[in-house]
Design a binder for this molecule. Structure first.
Ligand code: 4NP
Length: 168
């Protein structure tokens, strides 16, 4: 068995955007039949929501599209994450800056740091906007970007692993 590709999705609180992307990516990978190739997780820059399930609104919008993220629990990003994961992917540019600062405290960082949407050819450089202080349309926008971005990331990684014609 080859080692799985380990991916960590990071946002500010780990209760809205990154758990949504974690759930969507995992479901898409399983649906495509390549689930065992990936290990995914999510974390937040802040520790203030650690241990909490995803925000009710995020859970509801995910459930409406067939994703159950209710069992996920928030945790804070730590320096060791840059050693454990192959990819540490930020939901927005501010989170990416914070990640770069924290990575300096890692002894042997090996993760590739980027924006989550950098693997989507028409969304490269774009943020997944924070929906926390907004309402339903903002959460729907997160769902749209999570689905589009995850598919693009999975295709990119499968191609890199030598899998062509993934059917996804
Ligand atoms: P997230 O949203 O980063 O997508 O999980 C937020 C959740 C909580 C807070 C900010 C953003 N907060 O300030 O508590």
């Amino acid at each position: 068995m080859t080692e799985p590709v380990r991916i960590l999705f990071v946002c500010l609180g780990n209760i809205c955007r990154s758990p949504t992307v974690e759930g969507v990516f995992r479901a898409q990978a399983e649906k495509s039949g390549w689930g065992s190739l990936f290990e995914v997780d999510s974390a937040g820059i802040l520790g203030s929501h650690a241990g909490e399930p995803p925000d009710r609104r995020a859970q509801r919008h995910a459930r409406e599209r067939g994703y159950d993220i209710s069992s996920l629990r928030a945790r804070q990003l730590g320096p060791h994450d840059f050693e454990r994961f192959d990819y540490v992917l930020a939901m927005d540019a501010t989170v990416l800056d914070d990640m770069r600062r924290l990575q300096k405290f890692s002894r042997r960082p090996r993760a590739e740091l980027a924006l989550f949407l950098d693997y989507h050819e028409s969304l490269v450089g774009k943020d997944v906007p924070d929906p926390y202080y907004s309402d339903a349309p903002a959460f729907e926008n997160v769902m749209d970007l999570a689905e589009e971005g995850s598919l693009a990331l999975m295709r990119h990684l499968l191609k890199k692993q030598g899998v062509f014609g993934c059917g996804c």
